[in-house]
Design a protein. Structure first.
Length: 140
C-alpha cells in the first residue's frame, strides 16, 4: 500500500511539473524559449544558457545558467539566424541575465510581420561554440 501511494504521489508530481513547464509557452505563440547547444552532447542536457523572446515589446532576455567558465552570446538578425547581425550581446556568470527591448529604440525595435533569426551560443575567449539557430515570425 505504501509503495502504491508513493507511486501515485510521484506520478501526480511529475504530471504537475510537465503541465507547469508547458504553461508559459502554450499561453501564447508570441513567447519563445531558446537554449544554447548541449555542452556535453550525446543527450546529456547541460545547456549553458537560456533565452526568452516575447514578441510583444520585442523583449529578449538571455541568461547564463551554468558555472562552466563560458558566457552566452546571442546574435539577432533579420530573416534567419545567419543573416546580417542587427545586434548581439553577451552575459557571463551563472545566474546572470541581460535584457533588451523595443523601448530602447534603434536596433532593439524589431520589425513586425517579418522573420527574426537568433543564434544563441556558448562564448569564451572571443570564440563561439555549441550554437543553436532559431527563427520566429514577429507578428506582434
Amino acid at each position: 500500500m505504501r509503495i502504491k501511494r508513493t507511486a501515485l504521489t510521484i506520478g501526480a508530481a511529475a504530471a504537475a511539473l510537465v503541465v507547469g513547464l508547458q504553461s508559459p509557452a502554450m499561453a501564447s505563440d508570441s513567447y519563445h524559449v531558446m537554449n544554447t547547444g548541449d555542452a556535453f552532447g550525446g543527450g546529456i542536457f547541460d545547456y549553458s544558457g537560456e533565452a526568452y523572446f516575447t514578441e510583444h515589446g520585442d523583449i529578449l532576455k538571455i541568461c547564463d545558467t551554468d558555472a562552466d567558465g563560458y558566457a552566452v552570446k546571442m546574435y539577432v538578425s533579420l530573416d534567419d539566424a545567419y543573416g546580417a547581425t542587427r545586434y548581439s550581446f553577451t552575459r557571463g556568470g551563472e545566474g546572470n541575465c541581460a535584457t533588451h527591448r523595443a523601448s530602447e529604440g534603434g536596433a532593439y525595435d524589431l520589425p513586425e510581420n517579418r522573420y527574426i533569426g537568433f543564434l544563441f551560443c556558448r562564448y569564451k575567449d572571443g570564440h563561439e561554440s555549441e550554437c543553436r539557430a532559431y527563427r520566429f515570425y514577429n507578428d506582434y
